[in-house]
Design a protein around this ligand. Sequence first.
Ligand SMILES: NC(=O)c1ccc[n+]([C@@H]2O[C@H](COP(=O)([O-])OP(=O)(O)OC[C@H]3O[C@@H](n4cnc5c(N)ncnc54)[C@H](OP(=O)(O)O)[C@@H]3O)[C@@H](O)[C@H]2O)c1
Length: 283
Amino acid sequence: MAEAQLQDFPSLFSLEGKVAVVTGGSRGLGLSAASALLQAGASKVFISSRKAAACDAACATLNALPNLRPGARAISVPADSATLEGVKHLLALVARETDHVDILLANAGATWGEAFDTHPDGAFAKVMDLNVRGVFNLIREFAPLLQKRASVDDPSRVVITASVAGLGVGTLGKQGTYGYSASKAAVLHLGRNLAVELGPRGITVNSICPGFFPSKMSNGLLEMAGGVAELGRANPMRRLGKSEDIAGVIVYLTSRAGSHVNGAAIEIDGGALWQRGQLDVKL
Ligand SMILES: NC(=O)c1ccc[n+]([C@@H]2O[C@H](COP(=O)([O-])OP(=O)(O)OC[C@H]3O[C@@H](n4cnc5c(N)ncnc54)[C@H](OP(=O)(O)O)[C@@H]3O)[C@@H](O)[C@H]2O)c1
């Protein structure tokens, strides 16, 4: 019964010694993910966002976590991932400290809410630049470092933070998020393309699709939609997302446990997306 003999089960979800880069890591979902990577054993986690002070503060918080491995640390690497120059700058900062990267979280994102009739061209472009073009630039520029230690048995990982707004219709009306929803649909499909392109180079590419998680980005929309308590009650699981929900999926996708998952998009929304599609007619 060879099937019962799992190879080194205790290490299945371990990230012992891994080197990771997290864009948008200074707060919100990216900070939860970075914390998970470090607590699962990563040795270096690079925290990137535009504001240096925010990256420094996030690193100070992460480095003060009580259960890190000896020598493990978060390193502040401020950069703008919306531009190619910014991505190249980020790569140069990371390359000063390591000759390889095992895990890349393309998490930085932006949104814009405005009615259809007045939805500005500039806002649409800004959202696309960071959420799609920036993600492509980031993965392409980091591919050589990701390939350095990648192997069939232990592939390097890319995880894109997309959204359920890229699977279903986003917010419509006064605070319409047309560009955002389109950008998340685009980046999900980019992820599938890159999964097939980069798989043979030993790199998996997967996406996560969070539903509502309270954060600086979502708080305005959350209030407009009725607030945390009401939206939580409306969710099939009777709550909104929290840090541990991101942490669990990120560790799964980036550890040995997730090494054969490639081109996937994992919803983390308590099932709310499918509730929207609930049929009124019961058969
Ligand atoms: N919260 C939700 O409900 C939810 C749901 C689905 C998907 N998401 C996705 O999750 C990701 C993180 O969002 P969040 O909710 O955690 O938002 P957040 O708290 O506002 O965090 C956004 C992060 O991205 C950074 N950032 C923004 N523009 C950047 C740029 N041009 N270059 C580099 N970093 C930049 C921000 O720092 P700086 O301001 O210092 O640059 C910050 O660290 C996004 O991709 C978002 O679309 C969120």
